[in-house]
Ligand binder design. Structure first.
Ligand SMILES: NC(=O)c1ccc[n+]([C@@H]2O[C@H](COP(=O)([O-])OP(=O)(O)OC[C@H]3O[C@@H](n4cnc5c(N)ncnc54)[C@H](O)[C@@H]3O)[C@@H](O)[C@H]2O)c1
Ligand SMILES: O=C(O)C(=O)C[C@@H](O)[C@H](O)[C@H](O)COP(=O)(O)O
Ligand SMILES: [Zn+2]
Length: 373
């Protein structure tokens, strides 16, 4: 069967604008798509061991067809790979392959590989070309777009990194067939996020159609494309998060604290799950502050439950640090300004807003009330 034409979404960033191509079978045309934008380039593919086993050969064959020579750097799968040690490994691998500044780093994997490889590409030889080939749902709807790259610190999530836009994003929806269901669900949380931020009709559509998105087919591709359009729109308006882009952090202030508090242990909590719990908490917190109706918090929690996502701290296996320690992680958040906490709160479904100067005492008493221990 011939694959349908990919959907194209443009990220409008002037002379750094780039395309997101979305559709099945795209891995095979990677060489053609990259060579037409970056003629004469060589590539370092950065990937993880799960993705390499399932998709590396297809990508290499696709690059080969476009006449692109490749070196491969394969890392362990999982959040702990977003570390200084693995950053050094990628940098060294790219230099060992003697790639030049105008050659390209190709990130083949989920958000962990995209964030890490994008950061490495941003610093090797003071900045090489970079292409995202996202293979998880989360990476296709969110992390491959917008140029946030980086690694984690024991003191908090994503605390070290740079903005570095890719030259191209190639989202082959066919590769999602090998993604474990838990990871698909985690990515779904970031997909639902766009509805909760400012697209209430999209959230309502997901409530009706989420099973079709999980099953694959045109609804899945359309949902991914809608997410990319939503993200591209925000990024084009506010690339460096001086304003509106912070809305994309809905659920992340709580979620990132929970990821750090569980020591980035994916057996307990992966990023999308942290975002799911964080979005439920952000809606509950908004209702507690009388900003939104409790009915909206209930609607969000019910949808997360329906798709099988965790939605409260008690859903995280094992013990959590106490509320004070969680607040300690929250005060390291990059949205903190002159010591004041910023949260993405809401007035209802699809009505998220940036709340500056949220009193730490309110956050602490909410964390205590929501804490399972
Ligand atoms: N830069 C951004 O804007 C942005 C946005 C959202 C999330 N993130 C970051 O992304 C990361 C989470 O990304 P993720 O959820 O993709 O995690 P991930 O990269 O760890 O991938 C999830 C798991 O799925 C496996 N996998 C990926 N694609 C597969 C496939 N097609 N077949 C089989 N297995 C596959 C991986 O090996 C891994 O085990 C976090 O570090 C988060 O902070 C960044
Ligand atoms: O692209 C953005 O902007 C986002 O906030 C998207 C988030 O889903 C993503 O997890 C991002 O990495 C979080 O950014 P951070 O600046 O809070 O680390
Ligand atoms: Zn996220």
């Amino acid at each position: 069967m011939i694959d349908p034409e990919p959907v194209k979404v443009e990220v409008g960033l002037g002379d750094r604008a780039y395309d997101i191509l979305i559709g099945p079978g795209l891995l095979s045309s990677t060489g053609r798509e990259i060579a037409s934008r970056l003629p004469g380039t060589r590539a370092a593919i950065v990937t993880d061991d799960n993705v390499a086993a399932a998709h590396l050969d297809t990508l290499k064959a696709g690059l080969d067809k476009g006449g692109i020579q490749t070196a491969v750097i394969t890392l362990p799968a999982g959040e702990k790979t977003k570390s200084f040690a693995h950053l050094e490994e990628v940098v060294d691998g790219v230099l060992a392959a003697r790639l030049e500044r105008r050659d390209v780093v190709v990130a083949l994997g989920g958000g962990v590989i995209g964030d890490l490889a994008g950061f490495a590409a941003g610093i090797v030889r003071r900045g090489m070309n970079f292409v995202q080939v996202p293979t998880s749902l989360l990476a296709q709807v969110d992390s491959s777009v917008g140029g946030k790259t980086g690694i984690n610190s024991a003191r908090g999530k994503n605390l070290v990194g740079v903005f570095n836009q890719p030259k191209l994003v190639l989202a082959d929806t066919g590769v999602l067939d090998t993604l474990p269901i838990r990871e698909f669900r985690a990515g779904y949380a970031e997909l639902a996020k766009y509805g909760l931020i400012d697209r209430p009709a999209f959230f309502a559509w997901l409530e009706e159609n989420w099973q079709k998105v999980f099953a694959g087919g045109p609804e899945r591709t359309e949902a991914i494309a809608e997410a990319c359009r939503a993200k591209a729109d925000v990024v084009a308006r506010d690339e460096f998060e001086t304003g509106d882009r912070a809305l994309l952090n809905l659920g992340h202030t709580f979620g990132h604290a929970l990821e750090a508090a569980t020591n980035y242990d994916g057996a307990r909590l992966v990023h999308g799950e942290g975002v799911a719990i964080g979005m439920a908490l952000a809606h509950r917190f908004s209702s507690r502050l009388n900003l939104a109706s409790p009915d909206d918090a209930e609607r969000v929690e019910a949808h997360l439950r329906a798709v099988g996502l965790p939605w409260r701290m008690a859903d995280i296996p094992g013990d959590l640090p106490d509320a004070e320690a969680l607040l300690g992680f929250i005060t390291q958040d990059k949205k903190v300004s002159r010591g004041a906490l910023t949260f993405i709160l809401t007035r209802g479904i699809g009505q998220a807003f940036i709340a500056k100067d949220v009193p730490p005492s309110e956050v602490l008493s909410f964390l205590k009330a929501s804490h399972p221990g």
